[in-house]
Design a binder for this molecule. Structure first.
Ligand code: SF4
Ligand code: SF4
Length: 343
């Protein structure tokens, strides 16, 4: 039997990742939604604006990975046209993160070569998923996953782990296998957006809970032929800390023109850049990037500032562990063939 050992995926200097929220509207109201209209706006970008902003962020000499997000991005009537433009501009990978409703017949308007469809489910059954994501969501989402797989689309699935659904995580690998999904993202719940109204005790996991639950499930999925990606979260003593804000290119774009480098900062007006008149303008003042260089014993500085409940100290005040950059991932299992061929 093959043993799968998780590998830490370092930040790639020759890549840029563009997380493009083309609207913030959504048909659902998930318990842990991170969208914050006060900070991110409530606009729906026009197709022309989407196309201009896509031109702004593509880098011809780097592998530019694009993720269309919302709200629910398929609510946008021109998403298919936006995807076609992104392909013409040379984006190397294009993903649509959908809650599973796939509005405006998206699958009939693009081809499997155009984009990966990433679905979100937070439970292996309607009984677990629907209290978190909404009545009837499990049935709709799984029906559309089956449709996408049958049409030949590359499909991935995101499961956001919290105290509410961690006990059911072990049932997900078999569900994914049965649905024909080849890639599984296990996400940690963040204290952002609506999650901030719940207490840490309700939703966030302790290091022990995370480390005892996630790696075994990831290994089980890998043995079923599924490629698994999950956040590193805790660094061992020997592992080096690195802030993606300093060493990688990530842009989290919102419809009000804010552009963040660090997703933990998205509830605050500390974005590094703004898009003004279709140009990317560096902001001055107390912006997120001023914090990236701070070298602290706890690892990620934004985690310490915004989610200090994640940390623990010994009797001398030394941190018991360091928190990695939230963008640092572990992966295991075979890489899907299509991605290997992207060179
Ligand atoms: S589907 Fe996404 S955007 Fe919509 S409510 Fe759920 S988490 Fe928020
Ligand atoms: S999560 Fe922490 S380490 Fe990662 S970009 Fe933000 S501040 Fe830097």
């Amino acid at each position: 039997m093959t043993t799968f050992v998780p590998k830490t995926v370092g930040f790639q200097p020759k890549e840029r990742n563009i997380f493009f929220h083309i609207l913030t509207a959504c048909n659902l109201s998930c318990r842990h939604c991170y969208i914050n209209p006060e900070q991110h706006g409530s606009a729906t970008l026009s197709l022309e604006t989407i196309q201009r902003w896509l031109r702004l962020f593509v880098d011809p000499v780097k592998k530019s990975n694009l993720i269309f997000l919302g709200g629910e991005p398929t609510l946008h009537p021109d998403l298919a046209a936006g995807i076609k433009t992104a392909r013409e501009l040379g984006y190397r990978t294009i993903t649509v993160d959908s809650n599973g409703f796939l509005f405006h017949n998206l699958l009939d308007r693009i081809s499997p070569a155009d984009a990966v469809i990433s679905f979100s489910l937070d439970g292996p059954t309607a009984k677990i998923n629907d209290p978190i994501r909404g009545e009837g969501v499990f049935a709709t989402c799984t029906a559309n996953i089956k449709k996408a797989v049958a049409l030949g689309f590359d499909v991935s699935l995101i499961y956001t782990v919290s105290r509410i659904n961690i006990a059911s995580l072990h049932l997900m690998p078999m569900l994914l296998k049965n649905l024909g999904i080849r890639r599984f993202f296990i996400q940690v719940i963040g204290i952002r957006g609506k999650s901030t109204v719940y207490t840490k005790e309700n939703l966030q996991l302790t290091p022990q809970e995370w480390l005892s639950a996630i790696p075994p499930v990831a290994e089980k999925a890998a043995t079923l032929g599924i490629h698994v990606i999950y956040p590193k979260v805790f660094l061992s003593e020997k592992e080096e800390f690195s802030c993606a804000g300093k060493v990688a290119e990530n842009y989290f774009i919102f419809p009000n023109g804010r552009v963040y480098q660090c997703p933990l900062c998205e509830d605050f007006p500390v974005h590094s850049f703004s898009i003004i008149d279709d140009k990317l303008v560096k902001n001055t003042g107390l912006t997120e990037d001023r914090f990236f260089s701070l070298d602290i014993a706890e690892g990620c500085v934004m985690n310490k500032l915004l989610q200090p409940g994640n940390l623990a100290y010994d009797e001398h005040g030394r941190p018991l562990y360091r928190i990695s950059c939230c963008l640092l991932k572990q992966e295991l299992g075979d890489i899907p063939i299509k991605d290997r061929n992207l060179s």
